[in-house]
Design a binder for this molecule. Sequence first.
Ligand SMILES: Nc1ncnc2c1ncn2[C@@H]1O[C@H](COP(=O)(O)OP(=O)(O)OP(=O)(O)O)[C@@H](O)[C@H]1O
Length: 621
Amino acid sequence: MNKRKQMSVKEMWKFCLFQAKGYRILPVILVLGMLSGASVVYINSFLYAKILDVLLEEKYRQAATFVVILVVTVMIVSLISKAAEQIFSHYAEPSEEETKKCTAKKAFSMEYEEIEKQETIQKFRRVRQAERGHGGISEQCMEIYKYFTCCTEVVFASGFVVLLLLQSDWEKESIFRFLISTGVMIAGFVFVLWLGDKVSERIGKETVITMHANEKSNALFDYLIDLIVSEQFAQDIRLFQLKEYLINKFQGDVIKKCMELFQRRAKVSGRGNGTVAFALQILAGITYVYIAIKAIAGSVSAGEVLMYAGAIITMMNSIREMMGAHIEIDYANEYLKSYEEFIHLPNMHYVGTLPIEKRDDNQYELEFDHVSFCYPGTETYILKDVSLKFKVGETMALVGMNGAGKTTLIKLLLRFYEPSEGKITLNGIEIGKYDYEEYIKIFAVVFQDFRLYHFPLDENIAGSEKVDEKRVWKVIRQVGLEERVKKMKDGIHTLLYHETGDGEALSGGEAQKVAIARALYKDAPFVILDEPTAALDPVAESEIYENFNELINGKTAIYISHWMSSCKFCDRIVVLEEGTVAESGNHQTLMEKKGKYFALYEAQAQYYVKKKAEGGESEIL
Ligand SMILES: Nc1ncnc2c1ncn2[C@@H]1O[C@H](COP(=O)(O)OP(=O)(O)OP(=O)(O)O)[C@@H](O)[C@H]1O
């Protein structure tokens, strides 16, 4: 494993200042909080010592005065410390939400190709994992705040130790003994601080290893939990009796390995913390002996014994807390690195800036010019030297066997991927040169594996919370869903499905109609329908075909289907075979040609033949 770079104190300070951007008061709050938080204990120790000393001297009035000073000072300083902490966390908290929003924004705006990559998924998981556990940005702020407070406490405690060392009665104590004991104490402190740093680094390393392993196991856990609540899988799990199989996955290797790492981390942490605690205890012992010697020699009073002992205990706690904070900071630092990396992942194809010319006549011409393509990381060409022109206002059917490359061709058109060879142009300009957001607006697409969101129906159709209700009703009517929607409990505002509340479920065909309605609502000049009627009943399907021209309303339409009779209404049919254009023409010419299209049509027709005149064509019902 590479040596990780720990966050230095300077970096921590810079981080706090970075967070304070826009809140100029924050560094002042930080310093005030640090000083007040660290001083409370020492004010206590100091004044207790004073009270004890004057009580022993039977100066009760003076003792009462010290008590009042103690109460008032501690109250004021504690209030300042708590207020500073609150203000700091108040400003740090929103930054957490901000990072979540930024992560989601980045993830949603990433190219499809990037989202498919394991590497990206892993980076995203890392960010999510850190957001879910420790390591968020606000937590980082609070840990740094805590770390600085502990450091200040240690500095104050060191001041007390120096005070203790200097409080010598030189007539009774030899300079030699003073130097030896001072040397031992300083060496002890330096050693404990060094040991604490090493141990926190080691535990930090283990934490990060565990965290990385936990990403995998969390991903698996999330998936398994999704399976439990998914209606889609609920049937299969019961029908195929997958209960045992899935329960075993909860105890699978990935999860076991993660548990082992958690145990190992606990061991390392237990051992490390134990060692530091032991070293601290020895150091405290030495210091107590030192204080006792001084007390016996009469160099320090009873109250001062109490004060120094209190300071030593506080310092031990501060060192322990400092270590804990350092581990958390280190861990959160790893998260922040992942976050930075993720947010700054470059966008590959979205670099184009040309605006799309707004045309009322929809004269947009798309062309595939000798396009070949293989998916990233593979060597098999899925499309080979495809040249195609999409004529304005034309309806074109794309047919071919499974895996012929039909959907791939559409994905290239939508810039989900870039062609490996050749180019795709819009009105003569390569599509990559256009601004992506504008480019994608000219397409309304229904994919075969479309998804509806578990949000209200109208928002699903409009793709926004701002809904033009008239238009929603229009497209609902066009796809034949009007009666169904009228029966829904909140009409077009009805929540779909159950994931985000008590929604209404749709049948597969109804969902497909909503997906088509969504495409129609977009009112884009290009309509792409990939197997748009696969889930529709025969009546709904024939209605869609009969009204197809009305539905697309003179737009350019690309239509993928395995149902050959539904291609007949298209102006042009393109047959893809193993990634190449095998044939192109209208139904009549292709049937007369008796080539691939004819073979596909006839293969289907034999089951649904209406009539077959001698030597003539069959007609699929
Ligand atoms: N993301 C991907 N990475 C690698 N290969 C892929 C990817 N997506 C699809 N393929 C491969 O590309 C080939 C063509 O797939 P495509 O989905 O374009 O076919 P299709 O003609 O639409 O098929 P169908 O009629 O079954 O929908 C398939 O062999 C498939 O395995």
